[in-house]
Design a protein around this ligand. Structure first.
Ligand code: AMO
Length: 434
C-alpha cells in the first residue's frame, strides 16, 4: 500500500468531485471489456464505483496492470474523478496508477455478483467471499443496527450489561442438550444460557442484561436451530412476567422503528419490508391456543408442547407479534414460577413473530424450597445446583426476565428463511467449519 491512504469510499464518488484526484481501496467485483475501453467495478464496504480505463489515454504501465486484474483482487486505485451521466451515480474514476494489494485465485468458489447462484453449503464453505455479496452485507448491517438499538434501549431503561461465564459446572436449562468439555482434570460444560447467573445478579444490580453466546447440543437440524447462538437476556428484580413482557414488546417496536428508519437501502437489497407493530401485543393464553388449533382441526391436547406444524397455523391466524402466556408448568424449565392459585399453569411466556418463537421468559421462582421441589420434579439433582441455591439465602428478590434469540430476530427483520444466512460462521450439528 506504501503511503497510499483512502481518500474516499466508492459511494462518495459523485459528479461534484469532477477533476479531483482520489485514492480508492477495495476489491475487483467485476471486469468488462468493450473494445477500446475496460471497466473495473471496484467494491468497498460502502458500495461500488466504476473505474474506466480508456486504452488510448492511459499510460502503458497502468494499462498493463489493469490487464493483470482478476475478480476479487484487492487493489488500490489513484485516479481522477470524471462526471459522466452514463456511469452509476453520474461519475467514474480514470486511473493514473493501480496497485495490486492482494491476489485471488481463479476460478473462485462462488460468484458474488449473484449471476450464478450457489447452494448455501457451498457459500458457507467460502464464507468471507460470500459475505461480500450485497445480500450478506445488508444482513450484517441490519444485525449490527438491531444490536446497537437493543443495547441503547436496555441501557436507557436502567439495565446494566454483564458477562457471565460460558464455561460452567452444571446445566442451566435442564440436563439435556449440553456440550461437555475437558476442563483440566474435570468435566465442564458450555453454557446453555446465562439463566442462573442473571437471576443471581438481580440481588446486587436489580436490572441486568447480557448479549452473549450460548451453546446447545441441538440434534434438531432445522432452518431455525443452531448449536451456538447469541442470546439477548434480561433479568429484573421486583418484576413479574407482565412487567418484562412490556419491556420485550417496547423493545420489539423500537427495533422495528430503527430498522425501518435506518436500513431502507439494505431492506431494498433484501427485497424485504419491516413494519412497526402496534402496542400492546396480543397475549394469548396457552388454553386459547389449544382451542384455536382444535378449531383448525389440528389434533393436540392440553399439556402437549406445540409442534412446528401447529405454530405454522398460529402464524397464519396471528400474523405479527403475539405472546403465548400461561403455559402448563410441566412444559417450562424448573425456574419458571407456577401460578399461586393454580400450580399446573405457569407464569412463563413465549414471544412469537408469525410462527417463529423469538423469545421466552417468565416470572421466576424465588422461594428456595419450591425451587428444590421443581428441580427434583424435573429429574435434576439439587446438589448440582448448590451454589445457585445458596444465593437464595442472601435475600433473593422476586424477579422476572426473558431471552431473545438474536439470530431468529435478525432472520425475521431480513426476511431470511434459513437462520444460517444471518450468522457469520454458523454452527449446527453437521457444520463445525469454517
Ligand atoms: P429458550 O431456551 O427458549 O429460553 O431460549 C431463548 C430464545 O433463544 C432462541 N433459541 C435458539 N436460537 C437458535 N438456535 C437454537 N438452538 C435456539 N434455542 C433457543 C429462541 C428462544 O426463544 N433461559 C431461558 C430464557 C429466560 O427464561 O430468560 C431460555 O434460554 O429465540
Amino acid at each position: 500500500m506504501g503511503c497510499w491512504r483512502r481518500t474516499h469510499y466508492s459511494a462518495e464518488i459523485r459528479p461534484e468531485l469532477d477533476g479531483k484526484e482520489v485514492i480508492l481501496l477495495g476489491w475487483v467485483r467485476d471486469l468488462r471489456d468493450l473494445g477500446g475501453i475496460r471497466f473495473i467495478i471496484l467494491q468497498d464496504r460502502e458500495g461500488t464505483v466504476q473505474i474506466t480505463v480508456p486504452r488510448n489515454v492511459i499510460d502503458d504501465q497502468t494499462l498493463k496492470k489493469t490487464e493483470l486484474l482478476q475478480r476479487q483482487y484487492c487493489i488500490g486505485v489513484k485516479g481522477v474523478v470524471r462526471a459522466i451521466e452514463k456511469a452509476p451515480r453520474g461519475a467514474e474514476v480514470i486511473p493514473k496508477s493501480i496497485r495490486i494489494l492482494g491476489v485471488a485465485k481463479q476460478p473462485l468458489p462462488i460468484d458474488i455478483t449473484g449471476r450464478t447462484p450457489a447452494d448455501i453449503d457451498v457459500r458457507l464453505d467460502a464464507r468471507v467471499l460470500d459475505l461480500r455479496r450485497d445480500e450478506s452485507q445488508a444482513i450484517f448491517r441490519i444485525r449490527h443496527k438491531i444490536l446497537e438499538a437493543t443495547r441503547r434501549f436496555l441501557s436507557e431503561k436502567g439495565f446494566i450489561e454483564v458477562h457471565t461465564p460460558k464455561i460452567i459446572a452444571s446445566a442451566t436449562e435442564g440436563g439435556a442438550a449440553l456440550f461437555p468439555i475437558a476442563y483440566f482434570e474435570r468435566e465442564a460444560f458450555l453454557a446453555q444460557s446465562p439463566q442462573l447467573y442473571k437471576e443471581q445478579l438481580t440481588i446486587c444490580f436489580e436490572k441486568v442484561f447480557e448479549i452473549g453466546p450460548t451453546f446447545r447440543a441441538e440434534k434438531s437440524h432445522t432452518r431455525r436451530h443452531l448449536t451456538e447462538f447469541i442470546s439477548i437476556d434480561i433479568e429484573e428484580a421486583f418484576a413479574t412476567a407482565e412487567d418484562v413482557m412490556k419491556i420485550a414488546e417496547e423493545l420489539m417496536c423500537h427495533v422495528c422503528k430503527v430498522v425501518k428508519e435506518n436500513c431502507q437501502r439494505e431492506l431494498k437489497v433484501l427485497k424485504h419490508t419491516v413494519e412497526v407493530p402496534g402496542l400492546p401485543f396480543k397475549r394469548i393464553p396457552y388454553d386459547e391456543v389449544i382451542r384455536e388449533l382444535k378449531e383448525e382441526k389440528f389434533e393436540i391436547e392440553w399439556g402437549e408442547d406445540i409442534p412446528t406444524a401447529a405454530y405454522r397455523i398460529l402464524g397464519r391466524i396471528h400474523p405479527y407479534f403475539y405472546f403465548i402466556t400461561e403455559w402448563p408448568t410441566s412444559l417450562k424449565p424448573f425456574y419458571i414460577k407456577p401460578k399461586d392459585e393454580n400450580p399446573e399453569v405457569s407464569e412463563g411466556f413465549d414471544l412469537m413473530w408469525h410462527w417463529i418463537e423469538i423469545a421466552s421468559g417468565g416470572t421466576r421462582i424465588h422461594n428456595k424450597e419450591l425451587l428444590i421441589k421443581r428441580l427434583k420434579e424435573q429429574g435434576l439433582h439439587p446438589e448440582s445446583f448448590k451454589y445457585h441455591l445458596k444465593t437464595f439465602d442472601y435475600g433473593m428478590p422476586p424477579h422476572a426476565g426473558w431471552a431473545i434469540g438474536l439470530e431468529r430476530l435478525v432472520m425475521m427483520h431480513t426476511g431470511r428463511k434459513n437462520i444460517r444466512e444471518v450468522v457469520l460462521y454458523p454452527r449446527d450439528r453437521f457444520r463445525l467449519t469454517p
